[in-house]
Design a protein around this ligand. Structure first.
Ligand code: ADP
Ligand code: MG
Length: 697
């Protein structure tokens, strides 16, 4: 039997109809492959012997060896059996509450036993172990010391002998069958070059490792394989896409040059220049651009986008810029309008709240090609919007804009696929970028424009509120403006609203002479915009807000952002919020207010925020603290159905896997070389199997 047949076998063949149904319902295990890839979540180390003296309250389950004495049945109260256990270094108490009659029969004095259990430290310092496993050392010697696998199982499974032991038993049955299968899922030259375990070794040792080192090797191989095939798929998609979609070549730089030499308001940073070069390479090359531009808040992505837009507009082709919110669309519009005026370029703003008459006018001018630049929200995607010739689509602050949505953009030009630039100020850790945007090209601006003063970040508990208000007062006296942000959790929208209103009232009382604005999700777009405008024009000194101000807003005169209940925000979000200040030349402050009761993760987040201003560093830490699903907001998307690899830990393996996948796709995109036949087979198997892999991307 080859791997293909083996993997696809229905689990019923192994366990019968009833248990198969349970495994399907409870663990989504349908096939032999599903079961084999139901990896242990942990291993009990039965290869190591501990001494009693070395135990600490932090010790988890351990294995000890020694003598059992003083076996005593206690009938008072709850019936139990107690005994003394001692080795050369100390003693502890064993306790059984039920089923102990056979233990009484079994245990003998002066015989060496090996026990397994979790030590519990009592306040006086003595140690207990409840319901330990007890084994005669004599008997044990015949078995090998091993790491014992522990498997996830539900209560229902446990009631039907499918607990961790039951599952281990099934795995061993499967593994003995696997031994007679033929095949490999990775080419031999990769196994040799990267010292990866073979397919069979890996499965044997992931379930029943003889020692730690064999386990690591098995994990490495299986993680590599998992990541390798995902990368292969992403890169193949990218290749198919870029060979299918011929991009239109734009190489008229006349407007670009005029703007660059005469109207650029500042010198570009090296990162900005590099990004522009990369974009130009794409759009002058004849391939369709699909590029993600990432750069920390304030790194100056807007001007990069504008310069890129000019490269297209020079050829009398249209450009659309889409922002996630009306506020942001509006702000972009204002900034682009100032730039565009220098070049006498028409530009319009199209959002859900654009009035009918104006909308019709805009739609008409887009259709006949009188309008080179349009800025807007998702309204741009509606069917009503059609272009004379759309050549370039810029998407701001939407790194979650997926493959499907990008495909939707392509319908806006029936002749060729417009170039696409996606911008994000949420730095994405490399591993995530490689997995989620494996099909995009990536430009990164690492530095901020020079001359910025780093934002000072401070963390205060509630009782320092007066001090914080003092700082705000001082800044107001200097003519600066303040953001005060309240968290928003959808689950309790009403409560949030109350918090916000309470906050507004107390801020109004504390700063009676300062005009205060308020902005939140329940307001309609025009109302929000009015508030935003007032703040931008410095008509309000303080803006009390929910996270609607999170993305992109630019008010350089604002120097303080006070974040209330900061513990309720994720790291990346806190960093985003902090980016609302520090946009001018003055010193800015970010103040994180939290409750006293701060859990470990909350504390860690505050420490990180105080310590670093670097968004890339923060993104990496956020990934470690929260995991990839939370970070990308795509828990269910399938791509995270990684069975063994962990994007927060396996960056090194991922880099290698991607590198190899890249080489292979370049040299042999259809896996036709003899030593790639095994890849071809596995790739095809993964594609057709109804497994999770199919949903990737
Ligand atoms: P983001 O990358 O967060 O979108 P923006 O494009 O909004 O950043 O730029 C933030 C601020 O920095 C803006 O006020 C912009 O005019 C300014 N800026 C951008 N690039 C430079 C630069 N090279 N030198 C000085 N200021 C710059
Ligand atoms: Mg921006």
């Amino acid at each position: 039997m080859d791997i293909d047949d083996f993997f696809s076998r229905d689990i019923t063949l192994l366990v019968g109809i009833d248990k198969a149904r349970l495994l399907k319902d409870e663990l989504n295990i349908y096939t032999y492959e599903d079961l084999l890839k139901h990896y242990p979540f942990r291993y009990e180390d039965r290869s190591r012997l501990f001494t009693i003296a070395s135990l600490t309250p932090a010790t988890s389950s351990v294995q000890l060896q020694g003598y059992v004495t003083n076996l005593q049945k206690i009938d008072k109260g709850k019936k139990k059996l107690v005994a003394q256990f001692e080795d050369q270094t100390g003693e502890l108490q064993l306790i059984w509450f039920h089923n102990f009659s056979w233990i009484i029969k079994k245990i003998k004095p002066n015989v060496l036993y090996r026990i397994w259990g979790k030590p519990v430290f009592l306040p006086q310092g003595s140690i207990q172990m409840m319901h330990p496993e007890v084994c005669l050392v004599e008997r044990l010697q015949k078995k090998k010391d091993k790491l014992l696998p522990l498997y996830h199982a539900t209560e229902k499974l446990k009631r039907h002998q499918l607990d961790t032991k039951g599952i281990a038993f099934l795995q061993s049955k499967l593994l003995s069958q696997l031994r007679t299968t033929i095949g490999e899922t990775l080419p031999n030259y990769l196994l040799t070059r990267y010292q990866l375990s073979s397919f069979k070794e890996a499965f044997q040792n992931i379930h029943f490792p003889d020692n730690e080192s064999l386990l690591r090797q098995a994990q490495r191989r299986l993680k590599f394989e998992e990541l390798f095939y995902i990368q292969l798929k992403l890169l193949k998609q990218k290749r198919i896409y870029s060979t299918k979609q011929n991009g239109k070549i734009f190489n008229d730089l006349s407007l670009f040059n005029i703007f660059y030499h005469y109207h650029l308001p500042f010198h570009l940073t090296d990162g900005q220049k590099q990004a522009i070069r990369e974009i130009y390479c794409d759009i002058a090359s004849g391939k369709q651009m699909n590029r993600l531009l990432q750069g920390d808040v304030g790194s100056g992505k807007t001007i990069v986008a504008f310069l890129a837009m000019l490269m297209v507009v020079s050829s009398k082709v249209q450009v659309a810029v889409m922002a996630p919110t009306e506020i942001l669309a509006h702000q972009h519009f204002e900034r682009f309008r100032v730039f565009a005026q220098h070049l006498n370029l028409n530009i319009a703003l199209l959002t859900g709240s654009t009035k009918k008459k104006e909308r019709e006018h805009i739609l008409y001018r887009l259709k006949v090609g009188l309008l080179p630049i349009v800025v807007g929200t998702h309204a741009l995607l509606s069917d009503a919007v059609s272009f004379n010739e759309l050549g370039f689509f810029v998407i701001d602050e939407q790194h979650r804009f997926g493959v499907a949505q990008r495909a939707g953009l392509l319908t806006k030009n029936q002749v060729y696929a417009p170039h696409i630039l996606i911008m994000t100020a949420t730095p994405i850790p490399r591993t995530l970028a490689m997995t989620f945007y494996g099909d995009l090209d990536l430009s990164t601006i690492y530095e901020l424009p020079s001359g910025r003063k780093p934002i000072k970040t401070q963390h205060y508990y509630e009782n320092f509120r007066l001090k914080v208000f003092q700082l705000i007062k001082e800044q107001l006296l200097l003519g600066r403006q303040i953001y005060i942000v309240y968290p928003l959790v959808e689950a309790s929208a009403v409560l949030d609203y109350h918090n916000l209103m309470d906050g507004y009232t107390s801020v109004s009382t504390a700063f009676p002479n300062t005009p205060i604005g308020i902005i939140h999700g329940k307001m309609d777009a025009p109302a929000k915009e009015i508030e935003m405008k007032r703040f931008e024009k410095n008509e309000t000194g303080i803006l009390v807000a929910t996270t609607v101000i999170e993305v992109g807003i630019n008010v350089p005169n604002a120097t303080v952002i006070l974040i209330e209940s900061a513990e309720r925000f994720g790291l990346s979000q806190l960093h985003q919020l902090r980016g609302r200040v520090g946009r001018g030349s003055a010193q800015s402050y970010c103040i994180l207010m939290t409750d006293y009761r701060l859990n470990k993760i909350g504390k860690k987040r505050m420490e990180v925020m105080v310590k670093t201003n670097n968004g890339f560093e923060i993104a990496e830490l956020d990934l470690k603290l929260r995991g990839p699903g939370d970070l990308m907001g795509v828990q269910q998307s399938g791509i995270l159905n990684l069975k063994i690899a962990d994007l927060s830990k396996d960056a090194a393996i991922l880099e290698v896997a991607r590198g190899i996948a890249k080489d292979i796709i370049q040299q042999d995109p259809n896996f036709q070389q003899p030593d790639h036949l095994v890849i071809h087979k596995e790739y095809t198997r993964l594609l057709v199997s109804a497994g999770d892999w199919n949903r990737v991307g």
